[in-house]
Design a protein around this ligand. Structure first.
Ligand SMILES: [Zn+2]
Length: 478
């Protein structure tokens, strides 16, 4: 009964998706509310997922020459205000520090909402000649944005992220770096998190404050809403000019650098939950799962059972598989449900009868397939199942995305399609901001991106009917 009750506490996705999300976050012990309004506690199970995501990204960043560093937490008001578009974009959601102890500060300091200006300030001091370029820096930190409504992982006043900031001698190099980092995000999302994405460029309305181009990877959640998973910006030389980040070229000329920034946040965990989770809880793709296999001993008080469980754990560990034994005094039924709610990809059951037959029972979390495996070939079987599950999860998410992507030739089609079957709608656009504003006001639909892979669905803008210039992915978004 215990395990049945545990599962019943999760609202079904079809009944109430928002409540389902909240239930899963709570039951899988990913976050907790804190006494600081709008701020979340990331619990060990949630943080372990973030650490896995961090590892996969950080390894790839470093392979392209990026180094990590740490910038200050606070930004003087005058520094934040140096680039006008940037400050306009962030001013409404900045938190300020006005006192140091009991003394009122001469200049207010904001808690970083992002650190472009700090990196610019630093680069203006260390970049002198073409020999100092490129500079490829990143920091893993948290930032604060004073959001009005908050939800665990998706929107909180403080969130964890990485922000990479690079400066280059030429515009071409900066554009190349912007796209290189976008491709790393897409790679980690698709191949590690099993989340298919649409790669594209943001419209001017949706781009980052101060950027000349913002690229994005967009994913579709199970309720048909889009989620922007990561962005990569090309700043051109706008920030460089505002902050005097200049260098002496080989030709002995003073030139402004060309700059990029790129980031991904703990929102990604929200995406992972909403793409893969089911009515029993979280389902974590094997490659990103902090624990890939949970061993549940059956009748663990019987002689030899726990020893066998630990021996199997050691064997799997040696093969590089992340594994734990649930040797708590709970019933096996409770442990099954607990492993399910936490999304552990594989369950391995081992009891006296199994030991007698030299076998173990393996159960996949995603489709609950049960496999009886001989102990002699256990590691190979586990590796095979983890690999298959990773692929199946990606394939299912991709099939869902495709099924929920439709084309529209006019406004009625677009809105009807999103109301009937929420997802992405591909439709043509004239390039005019008014048309985007109209769509947003009319029904909360936003442009998600101008995809890299363009197609001509029709020749006129889906909103105004004038000549179209681009095909756009539209949707409602988190
Ligand atoms: Zn238009």
């Amino acid at each position: 009964m215990a395990d049945k009750k545990l599962v019943e506490q999760i609202t079904s996705r079809e009944e109430d998706f928002a409540q389902w999300y909240t239930d899963v976050v709570k039951k899988a012990e990913l976050t907790d509310y804190s006494s600081v309004k709008g701020f979340m506690v990331i619990r060990p199970a949630g943080y372990a997922i973030w650490e896995r995501i961090q590892y996969e990204l950080d390894t790839r960043f470093k392979a392209t020459g990026v180094q990590n560093c740490a910038m200050p937490l606070l930004i003087p008001q005058s520094l934040l205000e140096k680039e006008s578009e940037h400050v306009e974009g962030f001013a409404p959601e900045v938190a300020w520090v006005s006192y140091g102890g009991s003394k009122r500060l001469e200049e207010r300091l904001c808690v970083r909402p992002t650190s472009e200006v700090l990196f610019c300030d630093y680069y203006s001091k260390v970049v002198k000649s073409y020999r100092d370029l490129p500079q490829l820096l990143n920091q893993w930190c948290s930032v604060v944005r004073w959001e009005k409504t908050t939800r665990p992982f998706l929107r909180t006043r403080e969130f964890l992220w990485q922000e990479g900031h690079t400066v280059h001698a030429t515009a071409e190099e900066a554009e190349e770096r912007t796209l290189l980092m976008l491709n790393i995000y897409a790679d980690v999302l698709e191949n590690e998190l099993a989340i298919p994405v649409v790669k594209g460029r943001k419209t001017d309305k949706e781009k980052f404050a101060g950027a000349i181009a913002t690229y994005t990877v967009e994913a579709l959640m199970h309720d048909g809403q889009a989620l922007q998973c990561a962005t990569s910006h090309n700043f051109g030389d706008g920030f460089a000019k505002a902050f005097d980040v200049q260098y002496l070229s080989k030709e002995n000329k003073i030139e402004a650098v060309h700059q990029t920034s790129w980031g991904i946040t703990t929102r990604t965990i929200g995406a992972l939950i909403m793409v893969h989770g089911d009515d029993s809880g979280l389902v974590i793709p094997p490659r990103i799962a902090p624990v890939q296999v949970v061993i549940v001993p059956i009748q663990q008080n019987k002689e030899g059972v726990l020893d066998k469980a630990y021996a199997l754990k050691d064997e799997l560990l040696k093969a590089g598989i992340r594994v734990k034994v649930d040797d708590s005094d709970k019933t096996p039924g409770f442990k099954f449900a607990d492993g399910e709610v936490r999304g552990i990809p594989l369950r391995l059951e081992i009891g006296p009868k199994d030991i007698e037959k030299d076998q173990a029972v393996l159960v996949r979390r995603d489709n609950r397939e049960k496999i009886v495996a001989e102990l002699s070939g256990l590691t190979v079987e586990v590796e095979k199942l983890l690999k298959a599950m990773q692929k199946d999860m990606y394939d299912r998410a991709l099939a869902f995305q495709k099924e929920r992507t439709t084309d529209a030739k006019n406004l009625d089609e677009l809105v009807a399609s999103l109301d009937k079957k929420p997802g992405f709608v591909r439709a043509m656009w004239c390039g005019c901001r008014d048309c985007e504003d109209k769509l947003k006001e009319y029904s909360g639909i936003t442009s998600r991106c101008i995809p890299m892979e363009q197609e001509e669905i029709s020749d006129s803008c889906v909103v105004c009917g004038k000549k179209a210039t681009k095909m756009v992915y539209w949707g409602r978004a988190y």
